[in-house]
Design a protein around this ligand. Sequence first.
Ligand code: PLP
Length: 399
Amino acid sequence: MSPSPATRAPLRRAEIVIDLAAIRHNVSRLREYLRTPIMTVVKADGYGHGLVEAGRAAREGGADWLGVASVDEALALRAAGDQGRLLAWLIMPSEPAEDLLVADIDVTAYTVADLEKFAAAGDALGRTPRVQLKVDTGLARGGAAFADWSNLVAMARILEAEGAIRVTGIWSHFSAGENPADPISALQEKVFGEAVAIAEQAGLRPEVRHLANSAGALLRPSARLDLVRVGVATYGIDPAPGVDGSPWAELGLVPAMTVRAELALVKQIEAGTGVSYNHTWVAEQPTTVGLIPVGYAEGIQRRAGNRASAWVAGARRPVRGTVCMDQIVVDLGDTSVEPGAEVVLWGTGADGEPTAQDWAEASETIAYEIVTRIGGRMKRRYVDSDQDTDSPSEQGVDR
Ligand SMILES: *Cc1c(COP(=O)(O)O)cnc(C)c1O
């Protein structure tokens, strides 16, 4: 696989290029390395890579399941033709379950009320809902509190015995999977084991028990269980950057997203010139600056002003001054670059260009936020570096 297919495409204003081969490769490599079935998480528009396209590429790479948060995401995958196992886990009290059941989606129950809703919908449709039970083992976010777990399990067992539901899974979610030094993960694993034992004693025989996200799957072999829910690593982003003992480097996963733009303008400025709003950067010597036509409306973090850099003419060029709504300024030094030259904000890093992780550090956030928030007026274009052709599909980014 070649490192930067994105940059061989014709350049236009500003765009997000997604290499589907990278997603396929990453899923298949993760599956092989983890030796565990994989649920590829494609929520939040495939972490900014496109829900349907990321889902399709993940299936091609061998994803056994797809996972999403919302009802709309699950139904959109089905509408696009996805037919594999698919789990949704954030179904609102106001949202009817019928469409999910008709679409053959595994649903997650946190409460007895959820179970009753799914059972009633299944009854009305003459179908047996496939339900997974989520237990809160320490994140204190979604899922049944451990104190309520026995009750939830007992109700699930009654409904299952009546043929009103089938319990296909039991699962939970780590609080600090990316931090092996935090003892919470071992504790969560222990609590999860107890929750599974309670369910089994009640007579439930779930197909899958799952706990690990990307970081948990990579860093805690004991947490791989029957299935791992891998999100960010699918897209070639390290879930635990800088962690000792992480297998990340040996995995060879490839970032799937490149954000590129055309240089709008190049100009000389004098020593003492203040750049961008409020002159938060002042040139100490004469220099050349370039204008990039993306800003915080595209999801570029405002905090990246004076900290991040973009790749122009074979080098990283520092962002100078504030990130504006539509544009940012970079310092080209004494390089001569023409307007219209290619800018890579972030990409695979293979040629030395910044990565989403570099932008995350410059923005004091995590790379998850960098890729999920990028969009605005930029369109996505899909390429396939295995086939070396551009796919014609292009879409606006809804955020
Ligand atoms: C988002 C999410 C994941 C994926 O997490 P990554 O860190 O991106 O691998 C897994 N499980 C649940 C419940 C999630 O919400």
